[in-house]
Design a protein around this ligand. Structure first.
Ligand code: GDP
Ligand code: ZN
Length: 461
């Protein structure tokens, strides 16, 4: 495919003092060469691929120096876009990097649309659609673990899995064809049925597994919505503070303040928590009083995790009991705080109400028990100690929807075989499953969907 040469500011992940203007396309080296004066007069058009050159960006009409730069030359196809790519590294200030960009645009490059580099990588066959979307997730990734998931996907883990399943389905379809073409052979039919069922069940089970990971995938990107509840004065704010202090607060572009509650993002051992903070509320009011019973019930219902705090140095009250009632059936960690005080709480009663929920004792005042709490949070989330690197998380809502649909069609097919539906009817569902899975990896998407997807990217990726 042939495209014009595009350019954009492409500041790398983890931003430093250096900013990069990236060019991609047939003319990118020629354009850079016009405005670059290397030490010793070396021309960029003559250097070998994948090399870096120090020099100055100049105005070729006046030979005036504009910027001190390092230029990387990478010739296609061994580049991200498969095209010739030039990266101009300059000092990170917004003014200087913009000046470099403007200069590159003045000498023949076109300003890239958001996501256009990635789109080219896709259109040039360098990456498939799920990998392209993984790039997008990577840009948005909020925690290291979320980043690993995105990276794993970028390496094509999901694509590989989907390709494998599509291969299985193709084999089913091939046999079904034989069956339809030679209906007179009974043994062919029987073989087809057995094989079809076996393979279809395999595909169904794999899709189910994949869908089960989707909830975790969503959480990795958006954070585990966590609500701290407890009677006034038990130590809720102290708990929030210690979680925020001990853990890297996650910087996010999501506005941190809603009208009723304040949200804090923290990364607890790789688990991103979106803590619903009542710190903005006066100490004597608790969340229930402040936002009303109905609304707080709603907040509780939408939470992924509840941290229920009790006071070790106080009687267990009816109010505490009501809280247990309110969070029934949810993922709860019970925290018995203030263990530095003399025990007044009835621990037997707590254990009885906590049932299968984990109980952690803390003294936030003396900074004890927080490690155990963090351990409890991470093991609750990574049940069976799942490591993000070991499996494919499904974290993209479009993928989740498509895989949900394909699970449905393969189940229809299995059901059809079991109740003896004619094979050419069953074939329709199987073909549909194959198509739906193809959409995940971009094998059967049309232009508008592609445009829509890529327009969501940040500029310069
Ligand atoms: P909240 O009303 O539930 O948010 O409780 P706070 O976090 O505001 O704490 C209420 C009071 O209990 C404050 O004076 C805290 O310093 C104190 N506190 C918090 N944790 C502990 C603890 O582990 N031991 C003791 N003795 N006091 C604590
Ligand atoms: Zn408080």
């Amino acid at each position: 495919m042939e495209f014009d040469t595009i350019a954009a500011i492409s500041t790398p992940m983890g931003e430093g003092a250096i900013a990069i203007v990236r060019l991609s396309g047939d003319d990118s080296i020629k354009i850079a060469d016009q405005i670059f004066r290397g030490i010793g007069g070396k021309r960029l058009t003559e250097v070998s691929t994948h090399t870096i050159h120090y020099g100055h960006l100049i105005d070729p009409r006046t030979e005036q120096v504009i910027e001190e730069v390092m230029v990387s030359i990478m010739k296609g196809p061994k580049t991200f876009t498969k095209e010739d790519v030039v990266e101009i590294n300059c000092h990170g200030g917004i003014v200087s990097v913009n000046r470099v960009l403007q200069h590159v645009l003045a000498y023949g490059a076109r300003l890239a649309e958001p996501g256009e580099f990635t789109k080219r990588a896709f259109l040039n066959g360098r990456i498939d659609l799920s990998q392209a979307e993984a790039v997008m997730d990577l840009i948005r990734a909020k925690t290291d673990r979320a980043m690993n998931v995105a990276l794993g996907q970028m390496e094509g883990r999901l694509s590989k899995l989907i390709r494998g399943l599509r291969q299985e389905i193709l084999e089913i379809l091939a046999h079904v064809e034989v069956n339809i073409d030679y209906p007179e052979y009974d043994d062919v039919e029987e073989m087809t049925h057995n094989m079809l069922l076996e393979k279809a069940i395999y595909v169904r089970d794999e899709l189910k597994k994949l869908l089960q990971t989707s909830q975790q995938g969503k959480i990795l990107r958006e954070g585990l919505s966590t609500v701290i509840v407890g009677r006034p004065n038990v130590g809720k704010s102290s708990l929030l503070n210690s979680l925020v202090q001990e853990n890297k607060a996650i910087v996010t572009d999501i506005p941190g303040t809603t009208r009723d509650v304040i949200e804090e993002y923290v990364n607890v051992r790789g688990v991103p928590l979106r803590l619903l903070d009542t710190a903005g509320i006066r100490e004597t009011e608790d969340i229930v009083e402040r936002i009303g019973v109905e609304k707080s019930r709603q907040v509780l219902k939408e939470a992924d995790l509840i941290l229920l705090v009790l006071n070790y140095g106080d009687q267990f009250t009816k109010e505490d009991e009501n809280l247990f009632e309110a969070v029934k059936g949810m993922d709860v960690i019970v925290i018995v705080n203030k263990t530095d005080l003399t025990q007044k709480i009835d621990m037997e009663r707590v254990k009885e109400l906590a049932r299968e929920h984990k109980i952690v004792t803390t003294s936030l005042l003396e900074d004890r028990g927080v490690d155990e709490l963090e351990e409890a949070i991470s093991s609750l989330f990574f049940e069976g100690s799942i490591e993000a690197g070991d499996m494919t998380y499904l974290s993209n809502s479009r993928h989740i929807a498509l895989i949900g649909q394909s699970l449905h069609t393969i189940e229809e097919a299995i059901n059809g075989v079991e109740i003896g539906t004619p094979i050419d009817i069953v074939q329709i569902d199987i073909t549909r499953t194959w198509e739906l899975l193809g959409e995940v990896i971009g094998d059967s998407v049309h232009e508008s969907l592609i445009d829509q997807l890529f327009s969501q990217f940040c500029l310069g990726k």
